[in-house]
Ligand binder design. Structure first.
Ligand code: GLA
Length: 677
């Protein structure tokens, strides 16, 4: 077992087997009478669907009684798909155990933080540490593996579904024991654990392993390291379940690759996907828009860049929606052309497959108001017409499959730092990890700069510029990696409150920002977080919110300082030549224009250029093939835009040649230009 925050192990990847760009969605035919299936496959063909995920929530029908299987329906579904040339991404249905299982094993139901045991009657309501659940899940995974290993329709295993979506944490006694086992492996002895957790504080010293419990509801703030280790444990515990299922499937069907669908964006933050990604043969992700986000194209780009970075190359979009979802307070439909722009934006960021939740809109059940590829209204609908048109677009992009995405900027992303930053009792609870990353990512997106995300221990030699917007927690090797990158000639930009604590969440003494002080040439003796709505003037004419600190220069120079408030005259942004490179510190949160101007200046100095200069509102993304570049141009604006392209180029979606080295992108449109090299 790993320690919960070890660097990610080396990757092992296997190709996804579908031809060209995969296209499809979750297919749940068990929810429909069999007469409907013939229409399903006919319409799938019409739309160009070539791969669907089946069996995701079919456990109760597949195993009506413990150990008694009825595969006849699944046999017929797979045969039908195969007959129509549609590949199956065959799921283990382990995200939704049947009622009989919980009647027999009520102890496998999860317990929440307040000690309340939840009930069955939904999905993903099981304790991740339950031996009975594990046994039942592996039994059905094995049965499926053995039965369908050589089935000609099956091209991939879809293990479980969105691990941890609803049950990332269980606080029951079985979980408590599993937590203790994990802690023993991390710390070896209690003395070491006590020091790591700082348990002399508030009389928390442990004398016996059995005294340690999950961080259940308490009267006051629980110990921060206890909570952080709990998050690490919960991620690892689910990873152990994934690995166990994957091993069973690998044994039965060694040549079939396995995936499970991640959720790298939105509010979900329960899993350390750097530890998960190397365990997947194909990395896949689910992405949904937030109705309240006016610029969800930026969210798609960020999510796509992050998944591609986790995958180390192309990946698969396993789920998104054709229209509205059903789990937000108000569920917005997509505007004209948005379905197409969303899907092609994911392809631009490295997706080699586009799939939706789900194929046919449900009549009954918890998701009856969720959009689908085939809506309630049937084929005489805008969504269906868009789905068919997208199928043709994806077919035209077949040659893009497998191409890579070069970038010279890296943003450091770390779940340990996110968890630690968002623990209670911080200087400011208004500082949120994802907000910080998005704030820094946005100007890079607007200027068309290609970005990778990296783990703090990653090899940074391919990059010119590395940004660490919110690396609150950093261990010593990671800090050395980042500062070493700067001293070797790179440009490093560090956001406020970074480097503050070590891997055990202990404050780094001597001044902030602890681990980065020397490289940044600054030392802060006190933090001054700002109240909601409060802002300070900056000497470059901008404003600052959220955060300020009393920075003293120790080799660095002030680029901007405060012009109002208690820190008037104190540096807010600093620059420090360090070794062969440069290290910048953003000791506050500048307003968006000021931040954009600053990051523009920094990246220009670092020699980083946009993929292509485009008019405002036009997103340009490049994928690099063996003998050609694929330039994706997405017009999110309201005006037609002209973009310069190579003189020998073709537009792939229309198949037209391009004359005169320029292409026009009309508002809301997407063009994909193949530029031969
Ligand atoms: C998740 C699940 C799907 C479905 C969608 C709805 O991503 O994996 O089964 O519930 O949400 O948006």
């Amino acid at each position: 077992m790993g320690r919960g925050d070890d660097p990610p192990p080396a990757r092992r990847r296997r190709p996804m087997i579908a031809e060209g760009i995969a296209y499809g969605g979750d297919y749940n035919p068990e929810q429909w009478p069999e007469e409907v299936w013939a229409e399903d496959v006919r319409l799938m063909r019409e739309a160009g669907v070539n791969m669907v995920s089946v069996n995701i929530f079919a456990w109760a029908l597949l195993e009506p009684r413990e150990g008694e299987y009825d595969f006849s329906r699944l046999d017929r579904i797979l045969a039908l798909l195969h007959e129509h040339g549609i590949a199956a991404d065959l799921a283990t249905p382990t995200a939704a155990p049947p009622a009989w299982f919980f009647r027999k094993h009520p102890e496998a139901l999860p317990v929440d933080k307040d000690g309340r045991r939840l009930s069955y009657g939904s999905r993903q309501t099981f304790c991740p540490s339950s031996p009975a659940y594990r046994e039942a899940a592996l039994r059905i995974a094995r049965a499926l593996g053995e039965r369908y290993a050589d089935h000609p329709a099956v091209v991939m295993w879809h293990v479980h579904n969105e691990y941890g979506c609803h049950n990332a944490e269980c606080y029951c006694d079985v979980s408590a024991e599993a937590f203790r086992v994990w802690l023993r492996s991390r710390y070896g002895d209690l003395e070491t654990l006590n020091h790591a957790w700082g348990t002399t504080f508030w009389s928390q010293w442990y004398y016996d392993w059995d005294e340690i419990i999950p961080p259940r509801a308490t009267g006051a703030v629980p110990n921060p390291t206890h909570q952080l280790d709990w998050r690490r444990f919960c991620s690892d515990e689910l990873l152990a379940l994934y690995r166990a299922e994957r091993e069973v499937l690998r044994e039965a069907a060694p040549s079939v690759p396995a995936t499970t669908n991640f959720m790298v964006m939105f509010a979900f933050d329960a899993l350390d996907y750097w530890r998960w990604a190397p365990e997947l043969d194909v990395v896949s992700n689910d992405h949904y828009l937030r109705s309240t986000d006016p610029e969800s194209q930026i969210d798609i780009a960020l999510s796509g860049d992050l998944v591609r970075s986790l995958a180390g190359g192309p990946w698969l979009l396993m789920e998104h929606s054709t229209g509205a979802v059903n789990w937000q307070p108000v569920n917005r439909a997509k505007t004209a052309g948005e379905l197409r722009r969303n899907a092609l934006a994911h392809v631009a960021r490295g997706a080699d497959g586009i799939a939706y939740f789900q194929w046919r809109a449900a009549k009954a059940g918890a998701e009856q108001w969720h959009s689908a590829m085939l809506p309630h209204a049937g084929t005489d609908s805008q969504i269906w017409r868009d789905v068919v048109a997208l199928g043709a677009d994806l077919k035209a992009l077949a040659q893009v499959r497998g191409s890579t995405s070069p970038a010279s900027v890296a943003v450091v992303w770390d779940w340990n730092a996110r968890w630690a930053l968002e623990l209670p009792s911080q200087p400011s609870e208004a500082v949120r990890y994802l907000d910080m990353v998005r704030a820094w990512y946005e100007p890079l997106w607007r200027s068309g700069v290609a970005v990778d995300f990296v783990h703090p221990t990653a090899d940074l030699s391919a990059y010119r510029l590395v940004l660490a917007p919110a690396l609150y927690l950093v261990d010593d090797p990671s800090a050395a990696n980042l500062t070493g990158f700067a001293s070797a000639g790179g440009t490093l930009v560090v956001g406020f409150h970074s480097g503050a604590v070590d891997a055990s969440c202990h404050v780094r003494l001597g001044g902030y920002p602890g681990a980065f002080r020397e490289a940044l040439g600054v030392r802060t003796d006190e933090l001054f977080p700002l109240l909601p709505g409060e802002s300070l003037g900056l000497s470059d004419g901008g404003t600052a919110s959220l955060w300020s600190e009393r920075v003293h220069l120790e080799g660095g120079e002030a680029v901007t300082s405060y012009t109002s408030g208690p820190l008037t005259g104190v540096p807010a942004v600093t620059r420090h030549p360090y070794g062969e490179g440069v290290a910048w510190y953003l000791a506050t949160h500048p307003d968006p224009d000021t931040l954009a101007a600053l990051l523009d200046r920094i990246r220009t100095e670092a020699g980083v250029e946009p993929v292509r200069r485009t008019p405002e509102g036009v997103e340009a993304v490049l994928r690099r093939g063996e003998d050609a570049d694929y330039l994706f141009l997405i017009n999110h604006g309201e005006r037609a835009a002209e973009v310069h392209v190579a003189s020998r180029a073709t537009e792939l979606l229309s198949g037209r040649g391009i004359d005169g080295g320029r292409v026009t992108v009309t508002p809301g449109d997407v063009v994909v230009v193949r530029e031969s090299r």
